[in-house]
Design a protein around this ligand. Structure first.
Ligand SMILES: [Ca+2]
Length: 380
């Protein structure tokens, strides 16, 4: 009898043979296809990691300690010196400041040290074959084949993460297709090379495309007055900084936040922990990765690189985020208790936050709308 692993490998070969006609239909030549799939392998590791990804529940305190560690800030400042000419040219071209580009670079690959060395075609083909998110990964695989066909990179140099993110700033192939640029002028958009020029310019191009506002912050840390009404928090409420100042929301020095446009007040760990007024550039970073922790990580790392202080408030220690099964349970229990979350899908969106706030109001709790473990226990 063959082992499950062998069965997977055999199924994988069959899948590649069937995929060829779909690739051809998308404009991929047999020549490109053969070169790309030479030596392609089924990568069990990518499957294992993909299945575990949704269980990423590290406390925000730990996540942020890594995202903007002293080492990463120091290295970012060194990179600012080392690549100052390149970063100035990128800023002049795309209106995105050096510290922003550096923060993405630092978060995505630790300034190019972890670009990912897994063969990309094998990774994407494995994840497309596996099927959990097969359609998504097949579209990424087609885009990757187009990149090879275009001659931007040789098959042996086309590597990436276990999930198919590529190069210094971890573009997925469809984003590369749409936004990568050739900043060095050699005719190739090479985000894999040791030289980070094309990768960093591509990131700036991406940010500009989604509306980056040069000279504006992503967000500003604020302090909240005693007895603050937390029902005003969350992305669904926007006001001018002056209006926020009227309800006692000011920066860490007690001053009104300058008018950078309308802002929402977010409290990522609920009533206990840092609070931020966030602006349009927060949304721009979210187009790169929509996880709130990631957006704040990039924003804060950039601020540190450009010389700003650490956050004034501490992230609460040890409060882990809810697993998917727990988020689903929370939604079910809220709905059962008469606070409809507008569906039970494990995704914490505006409807779930509104339901949490309504539940908190009914129990006399601070209405921070935060899906904490304590809240789940209270509902059990
Ligand atoms: Ca180039």
């Amino acid at each position: 009898m063959s082992s499950p692993a062998n069965a997977d490998a055999r199924g994988f070969s069959n899948w590649i043979a069937n995929f060829r006609s779909r690739a051809n239909a998308a404009g991929i030549s047999d020549r490109t296809f053969n070169a790309a799939f030479q030596g392609a392998q089924y990568l069990q590791d990518s499957i294992d990691r993909d299945r575990n990804q949704s269980e990423f529940v590290k406390p925000l305190a730990d996540y942020m300690a890594t995202a903007a560690s002293d080492d990463r800030v120091r290295n970012g400042r060194a990179m600012l010196q080392q690549h100052s000419r390149l970063l100035s040219r990128i800023e002049a071209t795309y209106n995105v400041e050096p510290h922003v580009v550096l923060a993405v670079w630092g978060m995505e690959s630790n300034y190019g040290q972890r670009r990912g060395n897994t063969p990309l075609i094998s990774t994407l083909a494995t994840l497309a074959y596996d099927g959990r998110r097969g359609r998504f990964f097949e579209s990424q695989l087609i885009a990757a084949l187009k990149i090879l066909q275009n001659g931007d990179v040789a098959p042996r140099n086309m590597t990436g993460s276990w999930a198919g993110a590529m190069g210094h700033t971890q573009f997925i192939p469809t984003s590369y297709e749409a936004y990568a640029v050739d900043f060095t002028g050699d005719g190739r958009r090479d985000i894999w090379a040791d030289d980070p020029s094309d990768a960093l310019a591509s990131t700036a191009a991406y940010f500009r495309r989604f509306g980056w506002q040069k000279g504006q912050p992503w967000g500003v840390e604020v302090l909240l007055p005693r007895g603050f009404d937390f029902s005003q928090t969350g992305r669904s409420v926007t006001r001018s900084p002056a209006a926020w100042a009227q309800v006692g929301v000011g920066d860490v020095n007690g001053r009104a936040v300058p008018n950078y446009g309308n802002a929402s007040l977010i409290t990522p760990t609920g009533a206990g922990g840092p609070a931020f007024l966030v602006f349009r550039n927060f949304d721009v970073i979210s187009r790169y990765n929509n996880a709130e922790a990631y957006i704040i990580g990039v924003g804060h790392l950039g601020d540190r690189i450009r010389g700003m202080d650490k956050l004034r408030s501490q992230w609460p220690a040890g409060e882990r985020r809810l697993r998917r099964s727990e988020r689903t349970e929370l939604q079910q229990r809220l709905t059962n208790a008469g606070f409809s979350t507008g569906g039970v899908d494990g995704q914490i969106g505006p409807n779930t936050r509104a339901a949490i706030k309504a539940y908190q109001a009914s129990r006399g709790l601070p209405q921070d709308g935060h899906p904490s473990y304590g809240l789940l226990e209270r509902l059990r």
